[in-house]
Design a protein around this ligand. Structure first.
Ligand SMILES: Cc1cc2nc3c(=O)[nH]c(=O)nc-3n(C[C@H](O)[C@H](O)[C@H](O)COP(=O)(O)O)c2cc1C
Length: 167
């Protein structure tokens, strides 16, 4: 085997799951941030975990509200997913800038992209410092799915976004 850096490891685990984490800004609008570092953590009760970099505006929003919607975006949102991962909600309304149609989610004021295969509404229960990131452990409140939407994945690490196919 070849010894590699952890930064290169995602190239070997592609396709990697992609999410948009949706949080509420103080003006009530929804901020979207692209996030790859997430997973299910427990099923009874439902828990998910994700890791947010310390520069992200989403980190500040979550510290205040503790409420998050994690959306698995549809393949038609590839461009928007890059845009939401390379700009900050601190100075940009990403929903408007990238023209992302949104939908209301039952039980929360946070919206999610209309093109979402899966939506998880969760509450942050614990955070753990992880050096350049903060790990968030969340209790799942509700989950919604739409089988007709094809999910987007990251390929070649995070270099390309496209659907996944069985070989
Ligand atoms: C493909 C891709 C994957 C990303 N994955 C993560 C991630 O897992 N965790 C993270 O904190 N940021 C990740 N980012 C970077 C954030 O999306 C970026 O810092 C964004 O500007 C945060 O937006 P905000 O300031 O509105 O919260 C990713 C970006 C891209 C393009």
């Amino acid at each position: 085997m070849e010894k590699i850096s952890i930064a290169k490891a995602p190239v070997f685990t592609s396709p990697n799951p992609m999410t948009l984490i949706c949080t509420q800004k103080p003006d009530g609008t929804t901020n979207l941030a692209t996030l790859a570092f997430w997973t299910y953590a427990s099923t009874a009760p439902g828990k998910i975990v994700f890791s947010l970099n310390k520069g992200a505006y989403s980190l500040e929003l979550l510290a205040a509200s503790k409420e998050v919607v994690v959306a698995i975006p549809g393949a038609d949102l590839c461009g928007a997913v890059i845009g939401c991962g390379t700009s900050s909600g601190r100075n940009t309304n990403k929903v408007e800038k990238f023209g992302i149609p949104m939908q209301k989610i039952e039980g929360t004021g946070i919206e999610a992209p209309a093109s979402s295969r899966l939506v998880i509404h969760a509450t942050v229960s614990e955070t753990v410092d992880a050096d350049d990131h903060v790990l968030h452990i969340c209790n799942v409140n509700s989950v919604f799915a739409d089988e007709s939407i094809e999910a987007v994945f990251a390929w070649n690490g995070y270099a390309e976004l496209a659907p996944a196919q069985k070989k």
